[in-house]
Design a protein. Structure first.
Length: 166
């Protein structure tokens, strides 16, 4: 007879993952706009830890180094990053979507890196185009700044008005 050797508290999680927080915020946006403008959180296609705003499509050719500091070869080999894109969407406009930012994090969840575009970078005074957060609290504070930025509000307002005029 087989015996289960796994502990009962195997999946007790005390840390909310960044993607869970993003999905909660997406739901808040939908409620705030009566589902006219919404948000979606999608895993980056290649789980890239590179800044999506530095591709030639966005007019720059910078690359962001995803590994920094003293990390052993074993840690590099065993590490896997998760990357998620946060889109502002307008379902009534053929599911138009606007990439607001990408977040990447590793096995330990924090630190997490938020990659932002040039307009947000200027407004939030983030010289490198990325914001690094070291805890859930820092992530929430950073997201509040991104969501309150005039660029973000402009994107939402424009989409809202486009849907209203259709």
């Amino acid at each position: 007879m087989s015996k289960n050797l796994w502990p009962e508290d195997l999946v007790s999680s005390q840390v909310r993952s960044p993607v869970s927080i993003l999905r909660e915020q997406a739901a808040f946006l939908e409620r705030s706009t009566d589902n006219i403008v919404s948000a979606s959180v999608k895993q980056a296609e290649n789980s890239s830890t590179e800044n999506p705003f530095t591709s030639p499509m966005f007019g720059a050719d910078l690359k962001v180094n995803s590994l920094q500091g003293n990390v052993s070869q074993a840690e590099i080999t065993n590490s896997r990053s998760l990357s998620f894109d946060f889109y502002i969407t307008a379902p009534a406009l053929g599911n138009y979507r606007y990439l607001l930012f990408r977040i990447s994090y590793g096995f330990d969840v924090y630190p997490a890196t938020i990659f932002i575009d040039g307009d947000l970078r200027e407004e939030l005074q983030a010289e490198s185009g990325k914001l690094v957060v070291n805890s859930e609290k820092e992530l929430e504070q950073c997201l509040a700044k991104v969501f309150s930025a005039s660029k973000t509000k402009k994107v939402i307002s424009v989409l809202f008005s486009q849907v209203e005029s259709v």
